[in-house]
Design a protein around this ligand. Structure first.
Ligand SMILES: [Zn+2]
Length: 274
């Protein structure tokens, strides 16, 4: 069944566990994420990122996501990840997404607050949950470090001013592949934010962060862990290992590997305790 992400994240917060939010980028990934969650009886945050639109258009992704979400035996939140414009977020809402993220984290705090509050005002009457980000989770692949750590007092004020349902925080993870350095997480900052902010916290850049780091983040108040890159790597590995096999066998191998990655994240986030 399709739901917004409010209840599942509230349960995660209450029980001190987390949920991975895998990004689907085609039919196979949407299929395998849903089937894996169903097999384990765990709710799913089936996420689609705006950045996929050029090769996997929003309309097509919405149909595929809704197809699985509506038929699933577990609650599924169909979530827009990193919506960067209000226009794109509204299109996702009209197409049936039950949860959206407006990412205005590169704006000033004033602009981020104003834009997020407006999206909340549009989405809440429709029963749609909203995630935002303050501070800025950087890109692991770019030269230099564009990350800005989230300030706890700023996070508290932002949540109060916007009415947002969940908040992505920047505490040392990065999007994409960690090339130059291993992630160094600021757990102290995370604890400070957890103490001041009532809504569930979200960790972006989960891939490559390390099992112990993820588990510790969940213990300290992270309720949603975004993962994408590790699924791509799992597919790449399957394709490398099945050169010469027919296409169906190669797709099956890729889906097997994606299943393993999601099962692993359910485990390290202790999602079964939800
Ligand atoms: Zn992200």
């Amino acid at each position: 069944m399709i739901v917004n992400s409010v209840e599942m994240l509230a349960n995660a917060k209450k029980n001190g566990c987390g949920l991975p939010a895998p990004d689907y980028f085609d039919y196979d990934s949407a299929y395998v994420y849903t089937k894996t969650a169903e097999a384990l009886g765990i709710p799913l945050i089936l996420s689609y990122a705006q950045v996929f639109d050029p090769f996997f258009p929003l309309e097509e992704a919405a149909d595929i996501g809704l197809y699985f979400a509506k038929r699933a035996s577990v609650p599924v939140a169909l979530h827009l990840d990193h919506g960067t414009t209000e226009e794109f977020v509204e299109r996702a809402v009209k197409l049936g997404f039950s949860s959206v993220m407006l990412d205005a984290s590169k704006d000033s705090i004033e602009s981020n607050t104003k834009r997020t509050a407006a999206v909340v005002k549009m989405a809440h009457p429709l029963g749609i949950s909203v995630e935002a980000e303050i501070g800025h989770v950087g890109s692991g692949t770019e030269e230099g470090d564009d990350a800005v750590y989230t300030q706890a007092d700023e996070a508290e004020a932002f949540v109060k001013a916007t009415g947002v349902d969940s908040l992505a925080v920047s505490i040392g993870t990065a999007h994409g592949v960690y090339k130059k350095m291993k992630p160094v997480l600021n757990f102290e900052r995370l604890s400070e934010i957890s103490k001041l902010v009532d809504v569930p916290l979200v960790l972006h850049g989960g891939s490559g962060t390390g099992d112990d780091n993820i588990t510790k983040c969940v213990q300290l108040g992270i309720c949603k862990v975004n993962v994408y890159t590790e699924f791509l790597q799992a597919c790449g590995k399957a394709f490398d290992e099945t050169v010469g096999a027919d296409l169906h066998a190669r797709r099956a191998a890729a889906m097997d590997n994606m299943r393993s990655v999601l099962e692993h994240y359910f485990k390290i986030c202790r999602s079964a305790e939800l």
